[in-house]
Design a protein around this ligand. Structure first.
Ligand SMILES: *Cc1c(COP(=O)(O)O)cnc(C)c1O
Length: 298
């Protein structure tokens, strides 16, 4: 699946947006329509390991709109490995587009109560079908060393060290940790949290890194009310941004990221003549849950 990484390009948006600093966008979103952006890179090492250990089924966890679930299903299909998704909450009467697509990729879905989901219990039904040592478990959101290593690899592939700042959206912090692990000491990594007041994220990142690190900062001011919450201001920003740059974004992660960078530039957060890279981590499939016409793009 190495062919996949070749689609990524880096685009400058400084002149299109008339910006006083140099801003490039790393278009990880163009990697694959469903194995979107950072999810593919976070999955890669896990998939290699599952094959190495000759596991029969990959099991992972996510909500009904999860980018990680759909990416795992699509990757499993492409590699010919069986996948199972443990989904948070009861089975809905009408499944989300994400779950429908996951099933098209032959992922077997197991719906679990929120309590069981919290404990990451492996469904009994799955344990009746396979011996537990035949299962390969990928943590929710791909959080872990293998996920971090996959991001580190892309960093090196694309020589991202030339930027003064790299910004990314933060869910589990795995992507941010991978960037920090690869970065030279003079580069600043800035994560934009998509959660409301999740102040354990910094620690979650440092656990992956294996120690304290001063090169990064997580900003908690751009969550728009919390995970997957949005308002008119965010949607119209995303539409404007698309008009100016032809870059689509998603309302859960990258819309908030682009909004944050726009605000930070206005607030003169970045010194003059800084060069900045925004990591577009994909996730566009999530926009399918919005009412048609909300966004002028997908
Ligand atoms: C999952 C996801 C993230 C968050 O990545 P983490 O490594 O979990 O912090 C960011 N952007 C998009 C589009 C995602 O799907």
């Amino acid at each position: 699946m190495n062919h996949i990484s070749k689609n990524i390009k880096v685009e400058s948006i400084s002149s299109r947006c008339n910006l006083p600093v140099h801003v490039d966008v790393f278009r990880m979103d163009e990697v694959h329509p469903l194995i979107s952006g950072n999810k593919w890179f976070k999955l890669k090492q896990y998939l290699v390991e599952a094959e190495q250990f000759d596991k029969k089924v990959i099991v992972t966890f996510g909500g009904p709109y999860s980018n990680h679930i759909i990416a795992t299903a699509a990757a499993g299909k492409e590699l010919g490995i069986k996948t199972a998704g443990v989904i948070r909450g009861e089975q809905p009467a009408t499944p989300s587009h994400t779950l429908k697509n996951a099933e098209l990729f032959q992922m077997k879905l197991f719906f679990t109560s929120r309590e069981h989901y919290k404990m990451k219990t492996i469904p009994q039904q799955l344990l009746e079908m396979y011996a537990s040592d035949q299962l390969y478990i990928i943590p929710e959101g791909g959080y872990g060393q293998q996920g971090m290593a996959g991001i580190r690899e892309v960093y090196n592939l694309y020589n991202l060290q030339k930027y003064d700042y790299i910004l990314c959206a933060v869910g589990t912090g795995t992507t941010l940790a991978g960037l920090i692990a690869a970065a030279p000491p003079n580069q600043k990594l800035i994560g934009i949290s998509v959660f409301k007041n999740n102040f354990s994220l910094e620690q979650q990142v440092e656990i992956l890194l294996g120690g304290h690190n001063n090169n990064f900062q997580i900003i908690h001011d751009f969550h728009f009310g919390g995970y997957a919450k949005y308002n008119e201001e965010l949607i119209s920003f995303m539409n404007d941004y698309y008009n100016k740059t032809s870059i689509p974004s998603d309302f859960v992660y990258t819309g908030k990221l682009f909004f944050a960078v726009d605000q930070l530039i206005k607030l003169k957060f970045f010194p003059k003549s800084s060069s900045i890279l925004i990591l577009h981590s994909g996730g566009l499939q999530g926009n399918d849950s919005l009412r048609k016409g909300t966004l002028i793009f997908r």
